[in-house]
Design a protein around this ligand. Structure first.
Ligand SMILES: *Cc1c(COP(=O)(O)O)cnc(C)c1O
Length: 495
């Protein structure tokens, strides 16, 4: 049965999956949500014998119902190939009584690759299906990670171009090197004089420029976004939760139907929402454990029922979780409001106007599947060193936030069900923080010296993504002022 997508802010006018992917965000500012959560049409036992790509097909076909079998299988085949450094795509590693689901074996060694390697193909397929003749131009502002993952995903994908703006002095040296060495004739990377907010504001202005959009259309282009609120990013993220469960089943680590807990280091609430959808589909998950760093808006929300962004923004060693507005939470709010767009819209308006909203007790009771907690900077570093000393397994700072919160959960509840911890980045991506956590003395070493040291102490080979940038030539040296972003885009498109 076909699944259609509604906006979280307006009743009626549902769209097909391919239209939702093309649009990204609904015109009313709402997020697209499926009109129901589909159930599996295969048993877990049947799924347990499948490869990652096969499980991806079985899950995604239930959501992207207007894609043909051939279209979807094509997208999956192009996404989960040798860009990943392991055939299993998302391996499970057991350490200290938990299973770490390593989501960092793709092109940029962080979990964003799981979705951004398939989004370009879902997008170009959606364009074809809807008779869009224009070339799709992806515009992104990045504080470091998303930009590179999007560049890697869209590089040389026919019918697309990608332009990434980053704050010239606001990303780490490794992050900058990763972006400016990006290959692909359709890629364009620009450093701006300004901070991340300036880049983000500039991109939003370009998206909102109706005159420019009309001119672009005349010239055969249209903008799209690779933002994490696109359902084309959410749906592929459901896959690895299903895959991890059925692999535990295949290996006899759980019995069929036995419930597990899932722990997710959370920022924008996309990754954990995907786990929630997996649970709604019938995957035997008990608790969804939401781990925050010192920007603990979500912990406070689960405790009190009040979402309040009015607080100091803390820069932490897990920067991809330094977020005070978790955009994807809106999809959960809509659901616990009884799929009521008006109620959700009122709460989101309160967030915009006052920086906060309060949910009703009735809504709060529906959050029983979730447990929230957070890790301080000190606890995060200690978690890395303790796990390393005990097992030799080295995790990154984001994953460490999750591991720390998992320990707190076990202490608080005594629950020791089989547990999967989403491991969202390779320790090589945050080398300095990870190595400093192991021993302060490493802080005096240079960036690539640290890379080699990490390899030595963890006995994990340096990933290709890092090895490549050591010597890769700089291919992008564009810099512009924050006021010149629109002209820069037009110049790149040659219009
Ligand atoms: C983006 C990111 C997260 C947060 O994921 P959300 O879906 O935004 O909650 C966690 N860890 C890493 C390494 C990330 O890049």
């Amino acid at each position: 049965m076909e699944i259609l997508y509604n906006s979280t802010r307006t009743k009626g006018n549902p769209v097909k999956a391919s239209e939702a992917i093309l649009k990204g965000l609904s015109d009313d500012g709402g997020l697209f949500v499926p009109d129901r959560i589909p159930a599996f049409d295969k048993t877990l036992e049947e799924l347990s014998h499948m490869s990652y790509g096969q499980v991806a097909y079985e899950v995604m076909k239930l959501y992207l119902t207007d894609f043909t079998e051939e279209e979807l299988k094509n997208c999956i085949a192009k996404a989960y190939d040798s860009k990943f450094d392991t055939e299993v795509i998302a391996p499970l590693v057991e350490a200290d009584g938990a299973f770490y689901l390593e989501l960092f074996h793709g092109a940029t060694i962080a979990f964003k690759d799981m979705a951004l390697s398939i989004l370009p193909h879902l997008l170009t397929t959606s364009a074809k299906k809807n008779n869009v003749k224009n070339e799709i131009v992806i515009l992104t502002a990045t504080s470091g990670d998303t930009g590179k993952a999007a560049l890697a995903g869209f590089a040389d994908v026919e019918g697309t171009r990608i332009i990434v703006f980053y704050p010239k002095n606001g990303v780490s040296p490794i992050q900058e090197k990763q972006m400016v060495t990006q290959k692909g004739d359709n890629t364009f990377v620009v450093g701006i004089h300004g901070n991340f907010d300036d880049a983000q504001t500039g991109v939003k202005q370009i998206f909102g420029d109706k005159e420019l959009a009309a001119y672009m259309d005349e010239k055969g282009f249209q903008f799209s976004s690779a933002n994490s609120i696109n359902i084309g990013r959410l749906v592929p993220q459901i896959v690895y939760y299903v895959y991890s469960y059925v692999k535990l089943l295949e290996e006899g680590r759980v019995s069929d139907g036995e419930k597990i807990n899932v722990v997710v280091p959370t920022g924008n609430f996309g990754n954990i929402l995907a786990a929630f959808y997996a649970k709604q589909m019938g995957l035997p998950i008990d608790k969804l454990i939401c781990a925050s760093n010192e920007n603990k808006v979500l912990f406070d929300f689960f405790e009190s029922g009040t979402y309040d962004r009015n607080r100091e923004f803390v820069l932490t060693t897990s920067p991809s979780m330094d977020i005070l507005i978790s955009s994807n939470l809106e999809r959960l709010i809509y659901r616990i409001a009884g799929n009521d767009a008006d109620k959700n819209k009122a709460l989101m308006e309160s967030l915009k106007d006052n920086g906060s909203y309060v949910i009703t007790d009735e809504m709060k009771t529906q959050l029983a599947d979730f447990y929230g907690n957070y890790a301080s900077e000190e606890e995060t570093a200690q978690t890395i060193s303790k796990l390393y000393e005990k097992t030799g397994y080295l995790i990154d700072t984001h994953t460490a936030v999750a591991a720390c919160v998992y320990e707190k959960y076990k202490k608080a509840t005594g629950d020791n069900k089989t547990t999967v911890i989403a491991s969202t980045a390779s320790p090589y991506k945050f080398t300095r923080s990870v190595m400093k956590a192991v021993d302060e003395k490493y802080d005096t070493m240079g960036d690539f010296e640290l890379v080699d040291k990490l390899s030595e102490i963890s006995k994990v080979e340096v990933p290709k993504a890092i090895e490549e940038i050591r010597t890769a030539p700089v291919l992008h040296d564009n810099i512009c002022d924050k006021t010149e972003m629109k002209q820069t885009v037009m110049k790149f498109l040659g219009i």
